[in-house]
Write a protein of this length. Structure first.
Length: 163
C-alpha cells in the first residue's frame, strides 16, 4: 500500500463519516436508570400492544358497521374474521418480541425480528387459507376491507411516532 493513502481508504466501510468514530469513542453506555428515564420521556415511542388494541377496536367497529349497513350476519362475521387475520398474528409477534431478553446482541435481535415476522406472515396466510372453511358464507370484500383498515393502523402509529 501507498504510505500516503488516506485513512478513509483503509477502513472497511468507505462510506462511514469520520466524525462517527470520534463520537463513538466519546460515548459511554447508559445506565439502567438513564435508559429507563430516556424511554419514559420519549414522546415518540409507541407500544406494540397499544397498536394491537387500536387494531382490534378498529376491526370490531368496522365489523359492526359492515354488519349493520349490510344487515347481514355473513358480512359481520367476514369483517370480524378479517380483523382477526391482522390482529392475532400481530399479537403473536408482539408477544414474541416483547418477551425476548433485552441484553442480546444486535445480530440476534435482527434475527429475532425476522423470525417473528415470518411467523406473523405465516399465521396470516394460514388464517386466510382457512377463511372459506371457517366463515360460511364468506364475504371476501368485507374481509379484505377490514384487513386494510386494520393494517392502516400501523401507518397511523408510524405517523404518531414521527421522526
Amino acid at each position: 500500500m501507498n504510505p500516503t493513502t488516506p485513512d478513509r481508504e483503509l477502513r472497511s466501510d468507505p462510506w462511514a463519516d469520520d466524525t462517527d468514530e470520534a463520537s463513538d469513542a466519546a460515548r459511554e453506555p447508559l445506565t439502567r436508570e438513564q435508559a429507563q428515564a430516556l424511554l419514559a420521556n420519549s414522546p415518540h415511542s409507541v407500544s406494540p400492544w397499544r397498536v394491537i388494541a387500536v387494531q382490534a377496536a378498529v376491526g370490531g367497529t368496522a365489523a359492526l358497521l359492515a354488519g349493520w349497513a349490510g344487515a347481514r350476519w355473513d358480512v359481520f362475521w367476514s369483517a370480524l374474521y378479517g380483523a382477526a387475520v391482522v390482529v392475532m398474528p400481530g399479537a403473536l409477534m408482539a408477544r414474541g418480541m416483547t418477551r425476548a431478553p433485552r441484553n442480546v446482541s444486535p445480530g440476534a435481535s435482527a434475527v429475532s425480528v425476522m423470525l417473528w415476522s415470518m411467523v406473523k406472515i405465516g399465521a396470516s396466510i394460514v388464517m386466510l387459507l382457512l377463511a372459506s372453511r371457517l366463515v360460511q358464507p364468506l364475504s371476501w370484500p368485507a374481509l379484505l376491507a377490514t384487513m386494510v383498515l386494520c393494517i392502516l393502523v400501523y401507518w397511523f402509529a408510524l405517523l404518531k411516532r414521527g421522526r
